[in-house]
Design a protein around this ligand. Structure first.
Ligand code: NAI
Length: 334
């Protein structure tokens, strides 16, 4: 079988996939697959992508022999699933790879905002002044955390929040009442969650129903001085509405691991890299993004998943997904 992996540049990963798929013809591409990059030869039966690739109808049609798409992530909003299914192409993902990983990172972001840790470190390094002036934070103890989406990651966030003695309210169209009872939290409507939470954190998949779930009409319900954390997908929050709420100081801050325009941002940066444009210019492009200018915003480059343990789990499940697709009994279908 001819198998292509996109968005793979580390030797460690190449070795792992080559060894575990020995006997197959495996090729690796560092680039993300999408309209901007399709390889010269496209006779692959299986392709494996990560979050930077975008598989629309045109890209899927470019692979005449395609039988299976393996997404090395939980979110699969970057693949036109309906179209793939209409062509009998099997699509699978990695449904869980240590849901604690993203939950732990979520708390890293929360504490970074509430205790101003990045600013403190940056200021000290820059000025060498050992002072806490202007860096007063606030406790999590007794505050209310609003969790949008109580799936695998949301539930781990709730468990950690309980350790901080936070009150929890949650929203999910498929409430897990049993977990709510044992963990000690209640489900409320989205409006109620926004009105009552000191910190709101989002853990839902991106799909038609969740695109701009947080928008100009409901972001106004958020408590004055509250914080927003998004580690799910950028397009779940309307960037303009968020920027306005931050500029008008209705929100005291936001921490975002994902951006609505991150695909475009990444593509622009990749193109610049290929043309060997100096790093000062990448900075300009990144700074284009309205949110990056705001002092009360922390942005990380879609890295909540990125730990040694989670990466290994992703590689392991990907190999299983490919082997099961090859044997005709595909697992982790989406
Ligand atoms: P999951 O499938 O276990 O849970 C998602 C939950 O969202 C489900 O309980 C579902 O009922 C709920 N949901 C669906 N529509 C909703 C709506 N309209 N309002 C509120 N809740 C809704 O998924 P999991 O593993 O918890 O992951 C969540 C998302 O996190 C993924 O879809 C992915 O986009 C993102 N993610 C981000 C990573 C990163 O590195 N930043 C890494 C891994 C996942």
């Amino acid at each position: 079988m001819k198998i292509a992996f996109f968005e793979v540049n580390e030797e460690e990963k190449k070795e792992y996939f080559s060894q575990n798929l020995a006997g197959h013809n495996v090729e690796f591409f560092e680039q993300a697959l999408g309209e901007n990059f399709v390889p010269d030869h496209t006779d692959f039966e299986i392709i494996s992508i990560f979050v930077g690739s975008k598989l629309n109808q045109t890209v899927i049609d470019a692979f005449p022999n395609l039988k299976s798409i393996t997404v090395r992530a939980t979110g699969f909003d970057n693949v036109d699933i309906g179209y793939a299914k209409s062509k009998s192409i099997v699509v699978c993902n990695v449904p869980a790879y240590g849901s604690n990983t993203v939950a732990e990172f979520t708390f890293g972001l929360i504490l970074s905002l509430t205790r101003k840790i990045p600013q403190a470190s940056y200021r000290l390094k820059l000025s060498e002044e050992f002072s806490f002036e202007g860096l007063r934070g606030f406790d999590l103890n007794g505050k209310t955390l609003g969790v949008i989406g109580t799936g695998k990651i949301g539930n781990n966030v709730i468990k950690i929040a309980k350790g901080f003695n936070m009150n929890i309210v949650a929203m999910d169209p498929h409430p897990n009442e049993e977990f709510a009872k044992t963990a000690g939290f209640s489900y409320v409507s989205l409006d109620e969650l926004l009105r009552n939470s000191d910190i709101v954190t989002i853990h839902v998949p991106l799909m038609e129903q969740t695109q701009h779930l947080l928008n100009k009409d409901n972001i106004v319900f958020m408590k004055k001085g509250s914080l927003l954390i998004n580690t799910s997908r950028g397009a779940i929050v309307d960037t303009d509405a968020l920027a306005k709420a931050l500029i008008q100081e209705q929100l005291a801050g936001a921490a975002l691991d994902v951006l609505e325009e991150e695909g475009e941002l990444k593509e622009e940066i990749e193109l610049l890299t290929l043309n060997k444009i100096p790093p000062e210019d990448y900075k300009k492009i990144i700074e284009d993004h309205i949110l990056i200018h705001l002092p009360n915003v922390i942005i990380t480059p879609h890295m909540a998943f990125y730990t040694k343990e989670a990466e290994f789990s992703i590689m392991e499940t990907t190999v299983k997904n490919i082997k099961s697709a090859l044997s005709g009994t595909p697992e982790n279908l989406v």
